[in-house]
Write a protein that binds this ligand. Structure first.
Ligand SMILES: Nc1nc2c(c(=O)[nH]1)N[C@H]1C(S)=C(S)[C@@H](COP(=O)(O)OP(=O)(O)OC[C@H]3O[C@@H](n4cnc5c(=O)[nH]c(N)nc54)[C@H](O)[C@@H]3O)O[C@H]1N2
Ligand SMILES: Nc1nc2c(c(=O)[nH]1)N[C@H]1C(S)=C(S)[C@@H](COP(=O)(O)OP(=O)(O)OC[C@H]3O[C@@H](n4cnc5c(=O)[nH]c(N)nc54)[C@H](O)[C@@H]3O)O[C@H]1N2
Ligand code: SF4
Ligand SMILES: [Mo]
Length: 870
């Protein structure tokens, strides 16, 4: 019997504890860790299906120089030599690292130390720039330190939870379940502020579908309301908060209900309902994420929220706090080590005394003395020829940075590019001079910090595959080869952890709340056995002291930005974000057949009226165009979109699709304080793309690199892959994608339909169905045939004996239950709520991620039809 290993989920910042029991060399059973404070044993759909992602498919298993396999020695020597030469020739600012909130704290610490203390530049930035940097800047302005003054326990104690710019039901599902549990148990109220009606809104008491970019007006209006109603806390403010000159005059001018409602483009009565609820409910938690951070005014938007909490004294108390929820599993750990170009280390900035202190602690030969290049600027400087060597670790900038087209140019142009990844071919690594195989989740060993400052261990339960090595090891080997043997003499993650902990405590006289003194001397065994713990205490700022020189928090005067009317050429506004069951660029979630079922293609959501005006029907292909680039998506008509606004997912890449490339579209404009890009709002246009034919391709085993047609998107299915395809000209060229074997074929000339199946040794090896005017059958049954023992010509009928009904789009991935099955059950059995659906057919009873979707389906089936069915 293999032993269960306690570790932490690979994905989001909720930071759920996992109990992993290896069942073979590359297989594992995943369960929630009941003893972990973040999830108490629950897991969402992504965590539940982690076991499907630990195979070796697509893995980078050996160092590669160009397209040739190379030894570690040779590869590390080359990286060290090139960085050394570039620094000697062009100075330290000519090199850069671009790292990630998916590194462990120990990896991050070593990379930051090497860059800022030894190479001598702060040109190390991270994808957290795209994610959390506005929250970091906002916290620093208000609190004097980057502190999230909340914990998940506050959700259980709050009477009102406000979600601003957060699709929590999809992106932080276990937090969302906790919120729903609080609603059920204590009647906690939930308000969602998001221009889209997301599934998060299904379980909410109020949804404010504000005009994008108006959150400052909304929050200032709220503060003006609280002020007028006497809800502010003058005693707390007098003792613990500084207001800049003119702050209150500003709030009291032009922030009345009517003006605010007009700016936000929502009904005044709805806004008043929210303001009244807020005013009447002292125990309020306001959670925010990318709808707030990813804006060209992200930092002001953060501070507008923090202002309300400070001025009403709703901070440092049970159930009352502003709560920035983090995206990546270790977004917080990266902030703690100082891995952003704008921070130094251990919550210290570049003040001369900090530079001196950290330099002494590291015995550093070449301390960076000023902030370095932020991500968007970094890639711009590469294109301008100023940065000449770049090392990318655990992130995929060719997909995830705004204006990804010019980022690709930079990746191609930079004279020396190193990429450390777990996957061999990514849109970024195809440009690399050297690729280094990193240890992935389940193999790596260290710590992460989640949204509520809880540090937990990621523990390995799989052997390192091939020649893969942990990121900390790779970085320290390069550092040693660059000449700094003693400063990087780490043998294990625990060595690094202790050093990091010592630095947080070093000459920390209470100026910084981040202080891991108790961790600085723990032994290797204690590190192994480390239980999740929260730094900064249970309730930061409970004593009213903040990390500023005078101990007082700061209100920040924030003004609503001017919103321009759409230009004629770009009448739409493009909003971008996530799907429930995919993680970023899909290098891992994309391997799971179950997770693929929720959304099989990249969709562009558009309001039905806009679609009608543009002649776009549901299911059409549509090209989204911006000043930066264009890409094709499948149109999905949705009443949840505001007029004039479209939404696309960030997940699809060149590795799996010919379209759906959202990264090419956003403009590279950033917030002036944080440098975070405004991903949520880009002027755009959309038009229908007509194709002469459409179809699908199902293939067992090995996949072709590219399918030669206008539209081809791949998803993993049990035993192979499904491609949806469409295009113009002769579809016969797709036949090149079919494997060798016995070919059976059926043609319907009238509809221009061709059905081809390839059978090898009695088993289905591939099918290609295309049609010019006809309908295509459901793919489900055919996919099932990939694993059937014996198939014949009858596969061309695309259905089994007895005409099974189409399940419809998969809603519950745990039990593989489709929309049509759910609707049928609701109708036939007169089911009235989500638990009833669960009882009847199981949907929603495992991970629970689909419960908001089930509520949505229930809401859309008119009750009369249920009675009619009775
Ligand atoms: N399934 C899944 N979960 C994830 C991830 C994933 O890739 N997949 N990634 C993780 C990471 S790194 C992150 S950062 C988080 C992100 O988590 P979220 O921030 O919840 O996710 P997003 O979909 O990026 O955007 C949130 C919402 O902001 C809204 N929004 C857009 N503009 C505005 C505006 O002007 N005002 C307001 N109030 N709202 C606006 C969007 O409509 C969207 O619904 O998710 C984490 N969790
Ligand atoms: N348009 C638009 N763009 C966005 C966003 C948006 O909302 N809209 N959101 C932004 C946000 S918030 C984020 S966080 C980013 C995310 O964007 P990315 O960071 O680019 O996305 P990932 O796919 O998570 O990339 C992680 C890479 O690291 C690899 N990897 C995984 N584990 C390890 C490891 O342990 N070591 C190493 N060395 N490699 C590993 C993976 O295979 C993958 O290639 O996208 C940003 N881009
Ligand atoms: S909510 Fe889901 S993705 Fe996030 S940490 Fe928990 S199980 Fe993982
Ligand atoms: Mo993120």
């Amino acid at each position: 019997m293999n032993q269960a290993i306690r570790t932490t989920c690979a994905y989001c910042g909720v930071g759920c504890g996992i109990s992993a029991t290896p069942t073979g060399p590359r297989s594992v059973t995943i369960k929630g860790d009941e003893a972990h404070p973040a999830n108490g044993g629950r897991l969402c759909s992504k965590g539940t299906h982690l076991g499907e992602t630990v195979g070796l498919e697509g893995r980078l298993l050996h160092p590669m120089i160009g397209n040739k396999r190379a030894s570690w020695d040779k590869s590390l020597d080359l990286v060290a030599k090139k960085f050394r030469e570039t620094v000697d020739r062009y100075g330290p600012d000519s090199v850069a690292f671009y790292v990630s909130g998916q590194l462990l704290t120990e990896d991050y610490y070593v990379a930051n130390k090497l860059m800022k203390g030894f190479i001598g530049t702060s040109n190390i930035d991270t994808n957290s720039r795209l994610c959390m940097s506005s929250a970091v800047a906002g916290h620093n302005r208000a609190f004097g330190e980057d502190i999230v003054p909340a914990s998940y326990d506050d959700l259980d104690e709050a009477d009102l939870i406000v979600l601003v710019g957060s699709n929590t039901a999809w992106c932080h599902p276990i937090v969302y379940q906790r919120i729903q549990a609080a609603r059920a148990a204590r009647g906690t109220k939930l308000v969602v502020i998001d221009p889209r009606r997301t599934e998060t809104c299904e379980g909410a008491d109020l949804h404010l579908a504000v005009k994008p970019g108006t959150d400052v007006a909304l929050m200032n209006g709220l503060l003006a309301w609280c002020d007028a109603e006497g809800i502010t806390d003058p005693a707390f403010v007098a003792d613990h908060v500084n207001a800049p000159e003119g702050f209150w005059e500003h709030i009291r001018t032009g922030h009345d209900l009517w003006t605010t409602a007009k700016t936000c483009d929502i009904a005044p009565a709805l806004l008043e309902q929210f303001y009244k609820l807020f005013a009447a409910t002292p125990r309020t938690v306001t959670m925010f994420s990318q709808g707030i951070n990813q804006s060209i005014r992200g930092t002001d938007q953060v501070n507008a929220i923090l202002n309300v909490h400070l001025a009403t004294g709703r901070i440092g108390k049970p159930g009352a706090a502003p709560f920035s929820i983090t995206g990546q599993p270790n977004a917080m750990g990266g902030r703690e080590v100082g891995g952003l170009a704008s921070t130094l280390a251990a919550h210290m900035d570049f003040a001369p005394e900090n530079v001196e202190r950290v330099g002494r602690f590291w015995a550093a030969p070449a301390m960076a003395t000023k902030p370095g290049l932020k991500a968007v600027d970094l890639f711009r400087q590469i294109n301008e020829g100023r940065v000449k060597a770049l090392w990318v670790m655990a992130t995929n900038p060719a997909v995830s940075l705004p204006d990804a087209g010019s980022v690709r140019e930079a990746l191609e142009a930079v004279p020396f590019l190193v990429v450390s990844d777990i996957i061999a071919d990514t849109d970024t690594s195809v440009h690399a001079d050297v690729r280094l195989p990193a240890a992935g989740w389940g193999e790596k060993d260290g710590t992460v910090t989640n949204s509520d400052r809880t540090v937990s261990r990621q523990r390995p339960f799989l052997a390192l595959p091939g020649e893969a090595k942990p990121d900390w090891w790779i970085v320290k080997e390069v550092a040693r080869r660059m000449g700094w043997r003693n400063a990087f003499a780490y043998d294990r993650p625990a060595d690094i952890w202790r050093e990091h902990a010592r630095l947080t405590a070093y000459q920390n006289d209470g100026a910084r709340l981040l202080n891991l003194r108790a961790q600085a001397t723990i032994g290797n065994d204690a590190y192994e056995a480390m239980e999740p713990f929260r730094w900064g205490g249970e309730r930061p700022f409970a004593d009213g002291r903040f990390s500023t020189p005078d101990g007082k928090a700061r209100l920040v005067l924030t003004k609503q930005m001017e919103l321009q009317e759409p230009l004629k050429a770009w009448p739409m506004t493009l909003n971008t974000g996530r799907y429930r069951d995919q993680w970023h660029t899909m290098t891992r979630t994309g391997l799971s057949p179950k997770l693929a079922r929720h959304r099989e293609e990249p969709l562009v959501d558009i309001h039905p009226q806009d679609a009608r005006d543009l002649g776009i029907a549901d299911g059409d292909l549509a090209r989204v165009q911006t000043a930066q680039g264009n890409s094709i998506f499948r149109a999905s008509l949705s009443e949840g979109q505001r007029r004039g606004e479209i939404f696309t997912p960030i997940h699809w890449t060149d590795q799996i699709s010919n379209g759906g490339r959202t990264g090419l579209l956003p403009r590279p404009l950033v917030d002036p304080h944080s440098g975070q890009p405004g991903f949520k709002s880009t002027p755009a246009a959309i038009e229908k793309v007509a194709t002469e034919w459409k179809g699908f391709l199902i293939l067992r085993g090995e996949q072709p690199a590219k399918v030669p047609c206008l539209w081809a998107t791949r998803v993993t299915v049990p035993g192979g892959a499904l491609y949806e395809v469409a295009g113009n000209g002769d579809p016969a060229r797709l036949e090149a994608c079919l494997p060798k074997g016995d070919r059976v074929e059926a043609v319907d000339l009238a509809r221009g339909t061709r059905r081809i199946a390839i059978i090898r040794e009695g088993k289905l090896a591939g099918v290609l169905f295309v049609t010019r005017t006809g309908l295509l059958p459901s793919r489900d049954w055919l996919i099932g045939q990939l694993e059937a023992e014996e198939v014949g010509v009858s596969v061309l009928a695309a259905r089994g004996p007895g005409n099974q009904p189409d399940k419809g789009a998969t809603i519950c991935v745990c039990f593989d239950i489709g929309l049509n099955q759910i609707v049928a059950a609701i109708r036939d059995q007169s089911l009235v709520d989500v638990p009833a659906i669960g009882k009847a057919i199981g949907a929603g009873t495992n991970c629970g991620s689909c419960r908001p979707a089930l509520a949505n389906i229930l809401a859309q089936i008119p009750q009369e039809t249920l009675h009619a069915a009775e």
